[in-house]
Design a binder for this molecule. Structure first.
Ligand code: KG4
Ligand code: ZN
Length: 347
């Protein structure tokens, strides 16, 4: 089916980004790398009642919200939809029903306005979030990707060329935060709750530092998660007192320190001067401080997206839309949603 191309490619196009891969319905407008609006509606409160994301509830919530969220994004940006140069939308990875809501809405806009559709890989969106933080940021750099589904160290060679230095062999870092939160009876998503509880505890429970000093840039989180579960169960069986806050704090250190260490190693080995990061776990205050300190010591420049742009949002989708717009990669109106896109898709 037809691919709508721009009449002429602008230096600083006005791009609407739409994101609906999980439980956040988000829309944002950028002009060049300047963020004009950034709107989000979340069904997380409802999902929290179920201890995770229920796909059908997510799809229905997106259907309710998408029109309003897009209208708010245009209003806040102070632009009319007719002024848009392109619409960028997450086409994967994520929950199929959820993705289809945002994708279909974006296609409708693209068709009606006669502007290009740009399908965005959600993970590339996370990698592009840093571009909004520093308008002068240019590759090469090394990026820590740590979200609910992925954990990897990535060498960004150019805006569109990537080399995965290493990724997780089992669970993602965010998944480990969520599973440990469940063990500690904390709500979903677990990351922010573990971070808050960890502030009241100490790092004094010995936990395995998975693949530390070995395994190249690979990570493994399932052993850490099991060690936490075993610790809690053993304490309960022996009826010994234990501190949930100490568990949260010790887990957070173990989970984060390895990310920081391997990211800095990756930057030093590839010889880049700049480190960036993306994904929900990068909203973690302890990780941000530890990465900043490690980069300072290693003489590396660190560009971190704001916390709001680490967890799912549409500004990062618009930012990656701009990368694709400049590369001339536009999508046909037949573009379909993909439940999974291999990390290797990050070429
Ligand atoms: O990037 P994201 O919003 O969605 C995915 O693409 O997966 O990441 C969600 C993950 C969840 O596992 C959540 O617990 C984690 O990011 N997360 C955090 C924090 N905020 C969100 N993990 C640690 N500390 C946080 N403050
Ligand atoms: Zn995400």
């Amino acid at each position: 089916m037809k691919t709508i191309l721009p009449a002429r490619r602008k230096e600083r196009p006005l791009i609407l980004g739409i994101e609906s891969s999980c439980d956040e319905t988000a829309a944002a407008v950028i002009r060049g790398r300047t963020l004009l609006s950034d709107e989000i509606a979340s069904s997380a409160d409802v999902q929290a009642l179920y201890g995770g994301v229920v796909p059908e509830i997510a799809s229905r919530a997106h259907t309710d919200a998408v029109g309003q969220v897009v209208r708010r994004a245009l209003e806040t940006a102070g632009v009319e939809k007719e002024e848009l140069d392109a619409v960028a939308v997450t086409y994967g990875a994520g929950l199929l029903g959820a993705l289809l809501v945002g994708l279909s809405f974006a296609k409708g806009l693209s068709y009606a306005l006669g502007i290009p559709l740009i399908g965005v890989d959600h993970i590339r969106g996370h990698l592009a979030a840093s571009y909004l933080e520093d308008e002068s940021l240019q590759p090469p750099f090394v990026t820590l990707l740590a979200s609910g589904g992925h954990t990897a160290v990535i060498h960004t060679v150019t805006e569109t060329q990537f080399r995965v230095l290493g990724s997780t062999l089992d669970d993602a870092a965010g998944e480990a935060f969520d599973k440990v939160a469940r063990v500690l009876s904390l709500p979903y998503p677990g990351g922010p709750h573990i971070e808050a509880l960890a502030r009241e505890g100490e790092n004094r429970i010995p936990l395995p530092k998975m693949l530390k000093g070995e395994g190249g840039y690979r990570f493994s989180y399932s052993g850490l998660k099991t060690a936490v579960i075993n610790y809690c169960h053993t304490k309960e069986q022996k009826r010994e007192a234990w501190s949930r806050a100490d568990v949260a704090c010790s887990f957070q250190h173990a989970a984060v320190d390895i990310l920081v260490e391997k990211t800095v190693e990756g930057a030093l080995e590839t010889g880049v001067k700049t480190v960036t990061a993306g994904g929900g776990v990068v909203a973690n205050g302890y990780l941000r401080a530890a990465l900043a300190e490690a980069c300072r010591k290693a003489g590396l420049r660190l560009v971190l997206p704001s916390k709001k742009h680490c967890t799912d949002n549409a500004a990062m989708i618009a930012a990656e839309g701009l990368v694709q717009y400049r590369a001339g990669n536009f999508s046909p109106l037949s573009l379909n949603a993909c439940a999974s896109i291999p990390l290797g898709g990050v070429r």
